[in-house]
Every structure is written in structure tokens, then in C-alpha cells.
Design a protein around this ligand. Structure first.
Ligand code: 5HY
Length: 242
């Protein structure tokens, strides 16, 4: 039995439950998915400040998972907060939903567009497209300007799906990447409405995580992802001492 821990880096428990449902909907029968939120952190992640303050909670959840024997992790926030640091702690694979979604999009299309929440988060999406090597294939990042925690309201779903269609027209791209874990359950409807592959990073990351475990692939401990060197951490971070 493979155990995949899906970490919603924000503390919105209703969103964590929705993310867990979306991950379990695609997971294999032999996979256990546990969806968690950190005990500390922002209720939603919509800025660099939020993203920075989400990382300690993500790392605490990975450290807990290591104690529990978790096989792989999904970081279910489109900024992939703490991804590299989490890979230094985890023995198994750690997959960010942005990285997973962009990889999946390029396997089914020559180009993709990202549909995200607030305009201020578009820069991070571009930064990740460059970091992951997809800058030439990402034809646009489009914000619906719906706050993360408002995505569950009916008008939001309509706005996101309409923006998916507009993004394809503007960019001439082949696929859509949904730029928020809170959009995961819009995926099927958006794909029906647009007629193109619409990728939800939660599902993509969950399947990638399972596949890497099935292939016997664990995070490399050589070089950049080696365990952090022992040292003291003080103040609020004292419990992070390795
Ligand atoms: C997410 N924020 O997936 C991102 C989306 C964003 O709380 N979960 C969040 O707007 O960056």
C-alpha cells in the first residue's frame, strides 16, 4: 500500500477536504491518500508574504510524515511553497502541483495557458514556468481575480471556466493549467466547456507521486537535496532543529 500525503499549505480546512477528495478520485486502489493542513500558517496563499509564512507549516507536515512512514508528498498550492526544502527532509518523492500540472500539460499539448486567481500571483506562475523549463511552452498566465477562498462560490466557477476559454483564444495554446488547488474540482467541467485538456495539479501530482514510488524512485540525497546540516534554530523555529 502506497501512502501519499497531500499537504494543503494554507489552513482552510474545507479546501483541504476538497483537495483530498480530488486526490482520492484519481489515486489507485492500492494508494492511501491523507490530506492535511498545517496547524499554523495563512488561511490562503495569495502573496509572497503568505507563501513565505506557509513554508514552516509545510515542513512540519513533511517531518511528521517521515515519522509516520509516508511514501510521497504533494504540496497542494500552485506556488509550490517549500518544495526544495521539503525534498531535503523527505525520503520519498515530493511533488508540487504547479510542477506536476506543467509537466502533464506538455505531454498532451505543444503549449499551455495558466488560469490563476489574483493578478498579483501571476509573476510566481511565470517564475515557476521558467524554473521548470516550460517558459517557451507557457503562452500566457491569466488571472480571474477571484480570491482563493471565494473559489467555492458559484460565480467563481463560471468566471474561471469562461477565462479558460478566453485564455485559449488569446494565447492559441493547446491546454489549460488550473493555477490553484482550489480549482481542482472545476477540471472536468472546464475541459468539457473548452474541448481541450484542462490539468488540475492536485490530480497530476498525486498520480506522479504514485508512479515514482512504483518505479522505486526516491528523492536523491546527493548534493542539493541532501539532509540539512545539523544546527540550532531559535525562537518560534526552535522546534525545527534537525
Ligand atoms: C493555492 N493559493 O493553490 C494558491 C493559489 C494562488 O492558498 N492555494 C492557495 O493563488 O497562488
Amino acid at each position: 500500500m502506497t501512502h501519499v500525503r497531500v499537504i494543503n499549505p494554507n489552513t482552510a480546512l474545507a479546501m483541504t477536504a476538497s483537495i483530498g477528495r480530488c486526490a482520492r478520485a484519481v489515486a489507485s486502489p492500492g494508494t492511501t491518500v491523507t490530506a492535511v493542513s498545517p496547524a499554523m500558517g495563512p488561511e490562503s496563499i495569495e502573496s509572497h508574504y503568505d507563501e513565505a509564512l506557509a513554508v514552516p507549516g509545510v515542513l512540519a507536515e513533511v517531518a511528521a510524515g517521515e515519522r509516520e512512514g509516508v511514501d510521497a508528498y504533494v504540496i497542494a498550492c500552485f506556488g509550490d511553497p517549500g518544495l526544495d526544502a521539503a525534498r531535503e527532509l523527505a525520503g520519498g518523492p515530493v511533488i508540487g502541483i504547479a510542477e506536476a500540472a506543467m509537466h502533464a500539460a506538455t505531454l498532451v499539448g505543444r503549449s499551455f495557458s495558466v488560469v490563476t486567481t489574483l493578478s498579483r500571483t501571476a509573476g510566481r506562475a511565470w517564475e515557476l514556468a521558467h524554473r521548470y523549463g516550460f517558459a517557451a511552452l507557457c503562452k500566457g498566465v491569466h488571472a480571474c481575480d477571484v480570491p482563493v477562498l471565494a473559489l467555492e462560490e458559484p460565480p467563481a466557477r463560471k468566471a474561471v471556466i469562461e477565462l479558460c476559454a478566453a485564455a485559449l483564444d488569446r494565447d492559441g495554446s493547446d491546454a489549460i493549467v488550473l493555477g490553484c488547488a482550489g480549482m481542482a474540482d472545476f477540471c472536468a467541467e472546464a475541459s468539457r466547456a473548452t474541448g481541450v485538456p484542462v490539468i488540475d495539479g492536485v490530480g497530476a501530482a498525486t498520480r506522479f507521486a504514485e508512479s515514482l514510488v512504483a518505479l522505486g524512485l526516491r528523492t536523491s540525497t546527493r548534493g542539493e537535496y541532501a539532509r540539512p546540516l545539523p544546527k540550532r534554530y531559535s525562537g518560534l523555529l526552535r522546534d525545527f532543529t534537525i
